[in-house]
Design a protein around this ligand. Structure first.
Ligand code: NAD
Ligand code: UGA
Length: 462
């Protein structure tokens, strides 16, 4: 039985995943390590409201296991040395330099982790790819690990993570499936069984899918591509609805009732965000190009192009509706996170919509229950569209939705936070410039009620 595991990378995946493993397997010591000392300090914070990640149910899991068999540390070498299984859960962003710039995955953090494992390991180890990686990455990791010359034997497994932010704890505890890919040799199959033995503590065995490494790596990219494709598909239909009088929510309901299509991931929006959909599809496109499959690359690239179009369409609609200029006009943003129930803002549609409106000199005041002003500025500065001073002049965060909307010409709903629905919309209306517009980028508000109050409502695909 495995007694000691570690995870390199204490981020949105490493932290919650290991916390759940520790809670479910009290006899296994689980150590999560990271180079970022501030992040580790936050994971060790006595105040559970100060964990580095906001995720419903996470604090309770950390409370149950931390200090018992769950540990967060910056001592990476010691954790590697002690562990029988090492998960690699480091970030794999889109490469922003050199070969593959803007498309391929940047594997430098994975390579650094592999080199560190190779340097430190004195006993045989199972190394698990938890990060999302291009197909055949395991071969590169194996080549680094096998060339250390210290006689240690490594087995590389692919065990991609399918959790979604905002529902991570539930997704981990009630996973649709767990995927484990490994070499189809005696040693590889034994390693697959060792990892399976951890998951069977709480996941029914029939939900654990065992495959070869390459199928597992490619399945993760494919799953994200299919999910994102559904959103781009329904968003493309939303554009037809706006020109034809059809209602996109009614169309989604009608097609989702077909059990072959299914109802999930058909919610139209201002465009998908998040750290992975765009990155993983770009990576898939890059892989297709390098494999000499340009038609397949073009097919998947269209999912990204449609998503960009949707964000632009939404922002352009605001400008056109507000009499072709938003210069000097206050636009209130409700929501900045890329989806509800998370503080994550990576690739959030909000920052791209803000960018387009700020190009037109709009003055944006944003309210998000979990995102602060510094994060919003960091997001805007990351786009490099204007100077940091200009970003701070045109964008402000507010800690109250009511003052954020006060004297605004329009409200744009960018995130589907539940609390937006129950606001005192009459009070908001009374304090706005008239005519008062609401652009519902998530179609979550009661549009009929808003119109009765006096708002002019623009929704997606209506
Ligand atoms: P993240 O940026 O939140 O966390 C990664 C962590 O790894 C960071 O804290 C970073 O400091 C640390 N790190 C980087 N290099 C290191 C090194 N050499 N040694 C020690 N620590 C190091 O990223 P994330 O959102 O957790 O994503 C991690 C991986 O999981 C990515 O490949 C992503 O595609 C995949 N994934 C993410 C999600 C999600 O919902 N965020 C879901 C499924 C899969
Ligand atoms: C997504 C996948 O759902 C996870 O299975 C996967 O593990 C993860 O990516 C990953 O690899 O990182 P996540 O990005 O956290 O999870 O959140 P989603 O719920 O998928 O939402 C992504 C974006 O799509 C959000 O901006 C969301 O608002 C948007 N979305 C989602 C829609 O616009 N419509 C929908 O119907 C669903």
């Amino acid at each position: 039985m495995v007694k000691n595991i570690c995870c390199i990378g204490a981020g949105y995946v490493g932290g919650p995943t290991m916390a759940v493993i520790a809670e479910m397997c009290p006899e296994i010591k689980v150590t999560v390590v990271d180079v970022n000392a501030n992040r580790i300090d936050a994971w060790n914070s006595a105040d559970l409201d100060k964990l580095p990640i906001y995720e419903p149910g996470l604090a309770e899991v950390v409370r149950a296991a931390r200090g018992r068999n769950l540990f967060f540390s910056t001592d990476i070498e010691n954790a590697i040395d002690e562990a029988e299984i090492i998960f690699m859960s480091v970030n794999t962003p889109t490469k922003n330099y050199g070969k593959g710039k803007g498309m391929g995955a940047d594997l430098k953090y994975i390579e650094l982790s592999a080199r560190q494992i190779a340097k430190v390991a004195k006993t045989d180890k199972i190394v698990v790819e938890k990060s999302t990686l291009p197909v055949r990455t395991a071969a590169a990791i194996k080549s680094i690990l096998d060339n250390t010359g210290n006689g240690v034997k490594f087995q590389i497994l692919s065990n991609p993570e399918f959790l979604a932010e905002g529902t991570a704890i539930n997704d981990l505890k009630n996973a649709d499936r767990v995927l484990i890919g490994g070499d189809q040799t005696d040693e590889g199959l034994a390693a697959i069984e060792k990892l399976t033995a951890i998951y069977v503590h709480w996941i029914p065995r029939h939900k654990i899918i065992q495959t070869n490494v390459w199928s597992s790596e490619l399945s993760k990219l494919t799953a994200n591509a299919f999910l994102a494709q559904r959103i781009s598909s329904i968003n493309s239909i939303s554009a037809i609805c706006e020109k034809s009088g059809a209602d996109v929510d009614e169309v989604a309901r009608a097609i989702g009732a077909d059990s072959r299509i299914g109802a999930k991931f058909l919610k139209t929006s201002v465009g998908f965000g998040g750290s992975c959909f765009q990155k993983d599809i770009l990576n898939l496109v890059y892989i297709c190009k390098t494999l000499g499959l340009p038609e397949v690359a073009d097919y998947w690239e269209q999912v990204i192009l449609m998503n960009d179009y949707q964000k632009h369409r939404f922002a352009d609609n605001i400008i056109t509706t507000l009499y072709n200029t938003v210069s000097g006009k206050k636009i209130a943003f409700l929501g900045w996170a890329f989806k509800k129930d998370t503080n994550d803002t990576r690739e959030t549609a909000a920052m791209y919509v803000a960018d387009i409106l700020m190009n037109d000199l709009a003055e944006i005041t944003a309210y998000d229950p979990k995102v602060n002003q510094e994060q919003m500025y960091a997001d805007m500065d990351y786009l490099h569209s204007r100077t940091e001073d200009e970003n701070r002049k045109l964008l402000k965060a507010d800690t109250s939705p009511y003052s954020a909307c006060k004297s605004a010409h329009a409200i744009a709903v960018l995130t589907e936070w539940d609390e937006f629905i129950s606001y005192d919309w009459q009070r908001i209306y009374d304090n706005m410039m008239k005519p008062a517009f609401v652009f519902d980028g998530r179609n979550i508000l009661d549009h009929k009620k808003l119109r009765e109050i006096g708002f002019k409502v623009r929704a997606i695909g209506k």
